[in-house]
Design a protein around this ligand. Structure first.
Ligand code: DQA
Length: 146
């Protein structure tokens, strides 16, 4: 089983970025925990982070041929990117959306996700642990559809 974990803009700054909202875990810390959990499940993780919308679209498009599913935190593109939504819809893979913060407790523009409707589901508000929850939910979804 091969799962792609995608992180959008500014998530490379986790650890020092607005720690009151996002905590002090770095992206490396979170990835370490994802890899540990994935190894226990016999799952292979590929990680990709970019601040560039087109690069995220490209990696999702390429995943179609190589991966079994995607966990994605589209970050601010969640609220703005029809291109990312279309890429998720087109890739034909099960996708779970994750957010570190509970975006519904924040500014109004964060209450809308353009991407959630083309995902299996969405997990938010549980910090870095949300990625593990997202991976668990994705693996369950893949198994149930097999
Ligand atoms: C985020 C929430 C988004 O609104 C924000 O733009 C981010 C991070 C989260 O993980 O909580 O960059 O996706």
């Amino acid at each position: 089983m091969k799962i792609l974990v995608v992180n959008g803009p500014n998530l490379n700054l986790l650890g020092t970025r607005e720690p009151a909202i996002y905590g002090t875990e770095t992206l490396g810390d979170i990835l370490g925990k994802i890899n540990e959990f994935a190894a226990e499940q016999g799952v292979e993780i590929t990680h990709f982070q970019s601040n560039v919308e087109g690069e995220l679209v490209n990696v999702i498009g390429a995943a179609r041929a190589e991966m079994d599913g995607i966990v994605i935190n589209p970050a601010a593109f969640t609220h703005t990117s029809a291109a990312l939504r279309d890429a998720i819809a087109a890739c034909g893979l099960p996708v779970v959306e994750v957010h570190i913060s509970n975006t519904h407790q924040r500014e109004g523009f964060r209450h809308t996700s353009l991407t959630a409707a083309v995902c299996l589901g969405q997990i938010m508000g549980f910090g870095g642990y949300g990625y593990i929850l997202a991976l668990q939910a994705l693996l369950k979804g893949i198994k149930e559809s097999a």
